[in-house]
Design a protein around this ligand. Structure first.
Ligand SMILES: Nc1ncnc2c1ncn2[C@@H]1O[C@H](COP(=O)(O)OP(=O)(O)OP(=O)(O)O)[C@@H](O)[C@H]1O
Ligand SMILES: [Mg+2]
Length: 553
């Protein structure tokens, strides 16, 4: 940098700086590479990816957000794409591949416009205007549904699973997901709210996916601590304790002088009495099922068993909290304080053998909004992917329950939005019109990619789709399984409007943000403190050394 002929150095040695055209194009290129990677996994016939992390652990998935989370991307613009898919996942749970593909295409079209000497600020204005229109169009074409109608909810769930490894079981799993969400849905001034944290997912490899079940209550991955305890308690009065049921060891070295056998006996008796008292306290509180976060002394186990009390030890803190929420029990920190009021309630607590393991089922809880899904499946990888697919399904059902509007899928809404956007663009004057038209073209990347991944000729498919929409067939899209253009309503492919809305919003935001950047200042790699893994845009220093050398597009 120079001022008045004299050079002023304000950046540290080794800092890389890129400006203007190069900076922007390199960012765009990096972002588009990410989009390219996930593109082939979009839709029901999309491919899966196998990801191997630095520890050698393998994840096989089709889920956009999962793929990107597992990929260790370095470039700041590429990291932004990862963030975009994470936002989509956090907000609506599905469409995490679509949003990345769409962002990549919006950037691609922007490059074409910049090549025609259209300034980025004009493109940004056009994209924002187009986004607003697109959201209006989506609202116009959306179909209102009854949030209690299980059939509609199931259709969106099945669609969300169509692209997953477990799609063969989507019918079965969707029924479970719909029941789970409806069970926890809560009325909140007129509309409904769903807290997905109320649905606990417990995984156990073994059996088949059709052994997956909805439990109206909680599953605790622990077994009854003593063989003589009951394995099943009806009308359970549940005590929750986060202290050990043991005699505390003294903090300091203490010496106890015992000289006669009588003294020895007295000492042991006293210890036993203390343990007995603990059990008496539990009994007095009317508790017949005890969950303890810490250890339980052998003798206490024995006394508890004699009283017919079922107990489990070393529970996870989160399990204790979930039990408190579900059964209405209060977590007590000292057994001396345990009273009848602290106890929670469940109709039935039972140890059941699932595969090789024994689990505790706490069913018919005081709070009926506590439910669990026990996921079963042949191997650990299947169970993991089933859990991820259930996450998507539960989320899309929640989306529709909370905002009961849906659109057909298979790229039909995208073609319709594009078609109406083009007509809107015609009403505009000046260069911004080109940007709106480019946005329309970009959004067609979804049906085009679906066609490609279904083995169709994308150009033929697109023109066929456009012709149908011209005739007013708004739900004509790509039948991704048959590889043909057809009416999506006829094959029950539906998605929440919210998923489309969020994808358009996030993709517009991310692409315009990247278009605005005209300066990348990266500290030299050596001097950067190690950033948090996968830590968003923060770590500009993570740029690969070769970045400056990327060919201009
Ligand atoms: N049977 C089908 N025929 C055609 N398209 C379908 C069918 N089922 C789903 N789709 C479409 O597939 C697209 C979704 O694909 P996919 O689930 O792979 O990606 P995503 O939802 O964007 O991301 P992710 O599920 O990884 O978060 C949607 O556009 C949806 O309408
Ligand atoms: Mg999906």
């Amino acid at each position: 940098m120079s001022a008045g002929g004299q050079q002023i150095i304000i950046l540290k040695e080794g800092t890389k700086r890129e400006q203007g055209r190069d900076a922007r194009r390199n960012n765009i290129m990096a972002a588009r590479v990410v989009a390219q990677v996930v593109k082939s996994s979009l839709g029901p016939l999309g491919m899966d990816k196998m990801l191997v992390d630095s520890f050698g652990d393998v994840t096989t998935t089709n889920d956009g957000a999962t793929m990107l989370k597992e990929m260790d991307v370095q470039h700041p613009a590429a990291k932004m794409m990862v963030e975009v898919s994470k936002t989509q996942d956090d907000e609506v749970g599905d469409g995490t591949t679509s949003v990345v593909v769409l962002t990549g295409e919006l950037l691609g079209k922007a490059v074409e416009l910049m090549d025609k000497k259209i300034h980025p600020t004009v493109i940004i204005d056009g994209y924002r205007d187009a986004q607003e229109q697109a959201l209006k169009i989506l609202d116009e074409i959306s179909i209102a549904v009854d949030p209690k109608d299980k059939e509609s909810l199931k259709k969106v769930a099945v669609t969300s699973m169509a692209s997953k490894l477990v799609s063969g079981y989507s019918d079965y799993l969707s029924d479970i997901a719909v029941d789970a969400v409806l069970q926890v849905a809560e009325e909140a001034d007129g509309s409904k709210e769903v807290d997905l944290d109320m649905i606990k997912i417990e995984k156990k490899p073994g059996g088949s996916l059709t052994n997956t079940a909805l439990i109206k209550g909680l599953i605790i991955d622990k077994e009854v601590v003593h063989a003589d305890m009951p394995k099943k308690v009806k009308d359970a009065k549940i005590g929750l304790l986060n202290a050990a049921l043991e005699i505390e060891k003294t903090e300091f070295d203490a010496k106890i002088q015992i000289e006669t056998p009588d003294e020895m006996q007295a000492y042991l008796d006293q210890e036993e009495n203390m343990l007995r008292e603990m059990v008496q306290k539990i009994k007095d509180a009317g508790v017949n099922v005890l969950f303890c976060q810490k250890g339980v002394d052998d003798m206490v186990q024995h006394f508890l068993a004699r009283e017919g009390i079922l107990a489990a030890r070393r529970l996870k803190k989160s399990d204790l909290e979930a039990l408190a929420k579900a059964t209405g029990a209060k977590v007590v920190t000292n057994v001396d304080d345990l009273t009848a009021e602290d106890a929670g309630y469940a109709e039935n607590v039972e140890e059941k053998k699932i595969g090789e393991d024994k689990l505790l089922f706490v069913e018919g809880c005081k709070n009926p909004k506590a439910v669990s899904i026990l996921v079963r499946g042949g191997t650990e990888r299947i169970v993991d992917e089933a859990e991820r697919s259930l996450h998507d399904a539960l989320f899309v059902i929640k989306d529709v329950v909370e905002d009961p509007k849906i659109v057909a899928g298979g790229g039909a809404p995208e073609i319709e939005v594009a078609w109406r956007l083009r007509r809107y663009a015609e009403s505009l004057e000046g260069r911004v019109r080109l940007a709106v038209a480019a946005f329309a073209e970009a959004i067609e990347v979804i049906p085009v990619t679906l066609a490609e991944n279904a083995g169709m000729d994308p150009i033929d498919a697109l023109s066929e789709l456009q012709a149908a929409h011209e005739k007013g067939e708004i739900w004509t899209g790509i039948n991704g399984l048959e590889g043909e253009v057809s009416d999506m309503v006829g094959i029950d492919v539906y998605e929440p409007t919210q998923v489309k809305v969020q994808a358009i919003k996030s993709a517009t935001e991310a692409s315009t943000l990247l278009l605005k950047i005209d300066d990348i200042i990266a500290a030299s790699k050596m001097s950067m403190p190690p950033g948090p893994p996968g830590g968003g845009m923060g770590g500009m220093g993570g740029m690969p050394p070769g970045m400056g050398g990327m060919p201009p597009m």
